[in-house]
Design a protein around this ligand. Sequence first.
Ligand code: GUN
Length: 291
Amino acid sequence: MEIIDGKKISNIIKEEIKIEVDQIVKNGERAPHLAAVLVGNDGASLTYVGSKVRSCEQVGFQSTLVKLPYDTSENNLLKKIDELNNDKEIDGFIVQLPLPKHINEEKVLLAVNPNKDVDGFHPTNFGKMALNMETFLPATPYGIIELLKRYKINTSGKNTVVIGRSNIVGRPISILMSRKGNPGDSTVTLVHSRTINLESFTKNADIIISALGVPDFINSSMVKKDVIIIDVGITRVKDDSHPKGYIIKGDVDFNSVKEKASYITPVPGGVGPMTIAMLLKNTLLSKSLKK
Ligand code: GUN
């Protein structure tokens, strides 16, 4: 069994980005600039956005964090998005999800200029992704593709089972794994909460990509020998013995499955760190496309 080390790969990607940024600055241009909008005080979202800002500093990007109170109106958020759309100094921005319930997420995502949508969530960019056109790939699926590529995992003709049909991970990674090329060329099955006899699919999978958010959902009895496992789950589970009061758990019972798997991503340190690295890569792409 080989562990797919997302922390290591994400650091390599950040070093590659830093080299490009240094060159941009040396040429007299300004560094790429990423902004993040955070509405409210959700603990996990604060952590993610904090990591995004720190990673920007690591690679020499400029970053702006726009923090809005939980009770911000939809209109005020849309106004802020309009400002960011028109700010020539900002190459890309993200609106951290989930948003408070009184704000219509679809309206917000549609308001982001697709040329600055480094999350790849706008329908224009999602459509381009599905059609295999150059665009911003959503960061988590992009990170999975990059891990498979850098570990030289052959996905062609393999049975890939994706668990979960979210717009952010499950649906886009199912599209990317079935498209032409490597990584890709997989025979993809997308299973979800309404799937009957889910185990019958996971047991026949060569590759399992799980984005369900149920800790330890997958155990060794549900997988075949030499399976490749990509665990996208990151659930906070209460644990008073830990200083933070919680631990992070993946969808996969790592200890149960590790002897059977040929490759596996750990949680934490697998897909998670890749998401931020790929967001930075999208921001770099956005700056280069503006020329
Ligand atoms: N919430 C969970 N994942 C993401 C992500 O990739 N982007 C944004 N904007 N919000 C998220």
